[in-house]
Design a protein around this ligand. Structure first.
Ligand SMILES: [Zn+2]
Length: 328
């Protein structure tokens, strides 16, 4: 008797959570009994011509907002965040990797952070599995630059390659700067021990593919339908990527901007840009191209799934987030 009561109570609660409009007796048993999911979906599919594209989240990272908007006045930054209903003491960035499926080939753009920059990364493999993709199904991984949040998942904790069959593409100038040499990151707005761990994480993540990686110079079509675009400044070799198929395209701006709010709607500069003037020129070139040619943009760190358009305004730019689509 009491267990029956509990069941009805649970059904009633499930009904009220769903808006209390579904007649309980008409609800399919599978829905009525399904446990509540622990998280929302971490993948989002759409098409670029013949290519099936899926944003696959590796989670998030967060830090002091001043890191991502280094040229903002403290008071104005606080007001902007608070006007956007965001906390003023910490700012969250997403980690939007992109899986491209063309015929039987699977290409991943960026490997994600794992936990190299905090405990909220490392969801890539779970989210790939949710769409039926195992690491050995990935044929190629294109890295836009070798910061730890873009290469973190390349290696397993035992130092082996996490994507055993993938050819990894890395910009030549980043490989020379971060992997072959000891990078000087003294101008980055982080403490010395953070910088040391940052560099160690890059080297550890890239180590299993260092010998086999294909080093590329941005400006070429590294794979069919994937044109790299020089966008240095954030790092020496950073590349943007234009994915194109038929009449459709998507511009991946990598870390030219961290946040639509902080770096597009407001023109504040990301603190970690190694060469701020070159980074600004790259950012302006990419934004102008996206606006002029009306190309949809994917921002690696933008609010999931990170897709939208950039338009010009009087002397600046404005981000317009894409509507959610259910026909992926
Ligand atoms: Zn990044």
């Amino acid at each position: 008797m009491s267990s029956q009561l509990n069941i009805s109570r649970r059904l009633l609660l499930a009904g009220s959570a769903a808006g209390a409009v579904t007649p309980l007796l008409g609800m399919p048993a599978a829905i009525a009994q399904a446990p509540a999911p622990k998280t929302n979906s971490g993948h989002y599919s759409f098409r670029i011509g013949d290519i099936k594209a899926t944003v696959v989240s590796d989670g998030t990272l967060s830090g002091n907002p001043r890191i991502y908007a280094s040229t903002a006045q403290a008071e104005e930054l606080g007001r902007t965040l608070s006007d956007a209903f965001l906390p003023t003491d910490t700012f969250r960035l997403n980690l939007n990797t992109l899986l491209l499926e063309n015929g039987d080939r699977r290409i991943l753009i960026e490997a994600g952070a794992a936990q190299t920059l905090g405990p909220d990364g490392g969801h890539l493999f779970r989210n790939l599995a949710a769409i039926g993709v195992q690491p050995e199904h990935v044929d190629a991984i294109v890295i836009t630059h070798t910061h730890p949040d873009h290469v973190g998942n390349l290696s397993r904790s035992d130092g082996s390659s996490a994507f055993p069959k993938a050819t990894v593409y890395i910009p030549e100038d980043d490989f020379a700067f971060f992997i072959r040499n000891e990078p000087d990151l003294s101008r980055l707005p982080m403490p010395e021990d953070f910088r040391r761990a940052f560099i160690a994480n890059i080297k550890r993540s890239v180590a299993p593919v260092a010998k086999s990686a294909v080093l590329y110079r941005p400006g070429s079509e590294v794979l069919p339908g994937l044109t790299t675009i020089a966008a240095g400044g954030h790092t020496p070799g950073m590349s943007a990527i234009l994915v194109h198929s038929g009449a459709q395209a998507l511009l991946i701006t990598s870390d030219a901007a961290y946040s639509p709010l902080l770096n597009i709607d407001n023109a504040w500069r990301p603190g970690p840009d190694l060469d701020p003037d070159s980074a600004l020129q790259s950012r302006t070139r990419l934004f102008d191209r996206a606006a002029t040619d009306r190309i949809p943009v994917l921002g690696f760190h933008f609010p999931f799934p990170g897709i939208g358009n950039i338009r010009t305004t009087d002397g600046g730019y404005r981000w317009v987030a894409a509507n959610w689509r259910f026909d992926g």
